[in-house]
Design a protein around this ligand. Structure first.
Ligand code: UDP
Length: 315
């Protein structure tokens, strides 16, 4: 009998890669998505498979899944600053009500649930690099607050279900991740820079570009999730690539890779944009034996090939 896993946010960037991975591991994968920010293009290749099924459903409403369930991966949420500015209420509802529904489902089915948290729980961090023990520096009422606080609530209710109901829970804190299937128009740095370079437009760096991020290739992240799900560890674990870069240098790196002579132009820094971000991955190394394998040069090349293959860019 195949293990049965529910993956929410299945048509999104991370969700679709997780579906691929668990199908490859011979699980029966039940994908769920309301397609608010997800795209069926990411999972259309799975529809012909006998060990994949798809439910078009919003997890903020009661979630019904027939039959047994061994695992749940909760990856449903708008996840870019532009998206949660456009969809603040849905972002709050999916992180809170959606997580509550999925924890209830995990409890009812006796399933193990892994929830996708984020480096955003650290806000604009005063501790660098960020360890899991750091409680963060979040503005609850700023534009990013809808995402940050929903994710912090998600962690709190997940720990409550673990401690009070004995549900088997896992929490991953995901740092900036990139790769094929990122949405072109989600406003994130990488798809924005790549599409601007491909269209020979100016590259828009926000602020003076001195803010830093640390970018992890999606396959590395998926491996970390796979290992965490199967570990015994119930406290949050950072998964990300500690290789840190300023956004200005990152924009120039992308432009060089695309090979166009683009000009970098500077636009105002969005409110509460974190000044620095780098994961401390000591826990992931020690507990999961995990560390990233794919460097930016290799990962960016694969991602560029993907963008070039899209109808938007192929001539
Ligand atoms: N950024 C930028 N130009 C863009 C999009 C983003 O300079 O066109 C900056 C953004 O202000 C942030 C960094 O790139 O400092 C990473 O942004 P992203 O939205 O990818 O992720 P997050 O802010 O959530 O880390």
């Amino acid at each position: 009998m195949r293990k049965r896993i529910l993956i929410t946010g299945a048509a999104g960037f991370l969700g679709s890669h997780l579906c691929d991975r668990f199908i490859k591991e011979d699980y029966h994968v039940i994908g769920m998505d309301n397609l608010l920010t997800g795209n069926l293009r990411n999972i259309s290749h799975m529809f012909k498979l006998e060990n994949f099924e798809f439910y078009h459903h919003d997890v903020s409403k009661f979630v019904f899944v027939p039959g047994k369930l061994d695992y749940i991966l909760n990856f449903a949420s708008p996840a870019s600053p532009i998206d949660y500015l456009k969809m603040p209420i849905q972002t709050m509802k999916v992180g809170s009500l959606g997580t509550h529904n999925l924890l209830g489902l995990a409890k009812a089915k006796g399933a193990r649930i892994l929830v996708a948290s984020t480096s955003e729980v650290y806000g604009d961090p005063n501790v660098h690099p960020q360890t899991e023990e750091y409680w963060g520096n979040v503005n609850p009422i700023g534009p990013r607050g809808v995402y940050d606080e929903a994710k912090r609530f998600q962690e709190a209710i997940t720990m409550a279900y673990h401690r009070f109901h004995g549900v088997q829970t896992r929490i991953i804190r995901i740092f900036n991740t990139y790769g094929p299937r990122m949405r072109l128009d989600d406003g994130r740095a990488l798809p924005t820079f790549m599409s601007q370079a491909l269209r020979k437009e100016n590259i828009t760096v926000f602020g003076d570009g001195s803010q830093t991020r640390s970018f992890c290739y999606v396959d590395d992240l998926v491996e970390g999730i796979f290992r965490l799900l199967h570990s015994d560890y119930t406290l949050p674990v950072n998964i990300g690539n500690p290789q840190e870069i300023t956004i200005k240098d990152f924009a120039e790196e992308v432009a060089r890779l695309v090979g166009t002579d683009c000009k970098v132009i500077y636009e105002p820094l969005p409110t509460d944009d974190p000044k620095q971000r780098q994961p401390d991955i000591t826990k992931a190394r020690e507990i999961l034996g995990w560390e990233p394998k794919v460097g930016r040069e290799e990962g960016l090349k694969i991602t560029l090939d993907y963008f070039k293959s899209l109808p938007e860019f192929s001539m």
